[in-house]
Design a protein around this ligand. Structure first.
Ligand SMILES: [Fe+2]
Ligand SMILES: [Fe+2]
Length: 373
């Protein structure tokens, strides 16, 4: 698939019209399968600016796909963006490629934001059997030499993690008026410079990207409107997600543990208290019974106090439906609910101390196991 990627046309006071008109003629000669426009069609979101941008893009012979930029979200620009360019988030699909375009703008604010809802929508539309491309206006990693770094996506961290986790092949973005590409693990992030604004950064001329996408490779050319073109590179596409991102997520996530016996006796009460004393704060244990639940066991409380552990027992009854709320279940009777710890109900005070030490040892083992789970 051949994609021409243009950005930051800035119809209005910043526009250098001759550059855009010339580029559109060139693009028609290139005959791409699709032109992707990553926002900032206007300067102030004014309807006349967006109308002029629309009339210019309508001269393209190929299909084009537009997402809004922060300048289009100024004033009531988004209403006119939708009038001329359709929905703010959209999808292009063929037999090999899915391009997911999102709205990274916020009304009258230059900072970018994708947000939880759109991130979920991206995940839903990601296709494992295609090459996946995300198109948006704002940059998700800082671009060097563009002055004070600003207007990165507020949720760039979440977006980067999602892209890498899912195995996106490409990101197309604009915004800083500086063409730039960088590979983040297996995702190639490609920025287009400005095609229309007089503010072209770090480059000799107005420019755009020509991208060839095949099953295994992406090749990138930087095309100047008046000074020829440069081969930037040819990169292998590998879309399987690396494990490292998932590992950090796994280690840090909250983990809930259930200790259960028939009646929530001393063993459950001690296990809950010991676990909550010894585990890190991303873990929490609850103790419960499945039948009549016991009152607080005073000897259990006393033998825990001897080692500086406070026991607070709140009677809790649990049934099988509640099990889905827990990441790990430990049982002391043969209930068939989780891992069984074979420890007898203590009777004498010495028994209680022995059981306490046995549970303490097993709880420490469980915590190490849960850290990596
Ligand atoms: Fe711009
Ligand atoms: Fe922008």
């Amino acid at each position: 698939m051949k994609i021409v990627h243009i950005s930051d046309l800035h119809f209005g006071e910043e526009l250098v019209r001759s550059k855009v008109e010339k580029a559109i003629k060139q693009i028609n000669e290139i005959e791409p399968d699709l032109v992707v426009v990553t926002g900032d069609l206007s300067c102030w979101g004014i309807h006349s600016e967006l109308r002029e941008a629309y009339e210019a893009l309508e001269k393209l012979k190929s299909d084009y796909f537009v997402v809004p930029g922060n300048h289009d979200a100024r004033n009531n620009g988004i209403e006119f963006f939708e009038l001329y360019f359709g929905e703010r988030k959209k999808i292009y699909k063929d037999s090999e490629v899915v391009i997911i375009g999102v709205d990274s703008t916020q009304p009258d604010i230059d900072d970018g934001y994708i947000g939880f809802e759109q991130r979920r929508w991206i995940e839903e539309n990601f296709r494992k059997d295609r090459i996946n491309v995300l198109a948006l206006h704002h940059h998700i990693v800082p671009i060097p030499d563009t002055g004070r770094e600003r207007n990165v996506l507020i949720d760039a961290g979440e977006v980067v993690e999602m892209l890498i986790n899912l195995g996106f092949a490409l990101v197309l973005a604009g915004h800083r008026h500086m063409p730039y590409s960088i590979r983040l693990m297996r995702t190639h992030i490609i920025h287009a410079g400005s095609l229309g604004s007089f503010k072209i950064l770090g480059m000799p001329d107005h420019n755009y990207n020509v991208i060839e996408l095949s099953e295994d490779y992406v090749s990138l050319k930087l095309k100047f409107v008046d000074y020829g073109e440069i081969d930037v590179g040819r990169y292998q596409i590998k879309t399987e997600a690396p494990e490292s991102v998932a590992i950090y997520r796994k280690v840090g996530r909250p983990k809930r543990v259930l200790f259960v016996s028939k009646d929530g006796d001393a063993r459950v009460q001690m296990a809950e208290a010991l676990f909550n004393k010894l585990s890190p704060y991303n873990m929490l244990a609850e103790g419960a019974g499945v039948d009549e639940v016991s009152e607080e066991d005073k000897v259990a409380r006393e033998v825990l106090n001897e080692i500086g552990v406070e026991m607070i027992w709140r009677k809790k009854k649990i049934d099988e439906r509640d099990l889905k709320n827990f990441d790990y279940v430990v049982e002391f009777d043969e209930l068939g609910l989780g891992e069984t710890w074979k420890i007898e109900v203590p009777k004498s005070r010495e028994d209680y101390r022995r059981v306490r030490e046995e549970i303490r040892r097993k709880v420490n083992e469980l915590i190490s196991q849960l850290i990596a789970m």
